[in-house]
Design a protein. Structure first.
Length: 58
């Protein structure tokens, strides 16, 4: 598995977590604070974490 495939896998994993978070919120299994914290963590990872991973794999 090369670096590009690893980054793609990490991206799909983050998308999966956000979608599961949305589904759990819709069915009121989690409350709005947990929902927003997970969305914020996903945003922060995509904004700062993923570029650093991409930069480190070169």
């Amino acid at each position: 598995m090369n670096n590009e495939q690893k980054l793609k896998l990490v991206g799909f994993l983050v998308i999966f977590i956000v979608v599961v978070n949305l589904i759990l919120f819709v069915f009121t299994i989690i409350n709005w604070t947990v929902f927003l914290v997970v969305l914020g963590a996903g945003y922060a990872f995509n904004k700062w974490g993923l570029p650093k991973l991409k930069e480190g794999m070169k």
